[in-house]
Design a protein around this ligand. Structure first.
Ligand SMILES: [Zn+2]
Length: 114
């Protein structure tokens, strides 16, 4: 949290699910959501918080991201995780087994040496 200058993890996760989760690749600061009026509709756009830190002066030049693009990417990744869940579980079981074997070896080594 401190690494990215966040004051809290999530504010209103039900209405702002990406808050504190999008970090700028240029300056390492969080993105914040802005609502832009586009014609008669409102458009939610994420922008690096350093973009206009000083009023009227452009700071970080990293690009803005439409919230709809973030939602599509999130849905894609979520679906990939669900589709591969059996592989992930299998890998976790294998890692757990290997870790337990190593702990057993370490315990026997310590027991035999002391
Ligand atoms: Zn930035």
């Amino acid at each position: 949290m401190k690494k990215f200058g966040l004051k809290s993890y999530v504010t209103k996760p039900e209405t702002n699910p990406y808050a504190g989760k999008i970090i700028c690749g240029h300056c390492n600061k969080p993105y914040i959501r802005k609502t832009w009026k586009s014609g008669h509709s409102l458009r939610k756009v994420w922008q690096c918080q350093e973009r206009y830190r000083i009023k009227g002066i452009e700071g970080c030049s990293n690009q803005n991201i439409d919230e709809s693009s973030i939602s599509r990417a999130y849905d894609y990744v979520y679906e990939e995780i669900i589709n591969r869940k059996d592989d992930y579980i299998k890998n976790c079981v294998t890692l757990r087994s290997e870790l337990l074997n190593w702990l057993d070896i370490m315990e026997r080594t310590l027991y035999n040496n002391f």
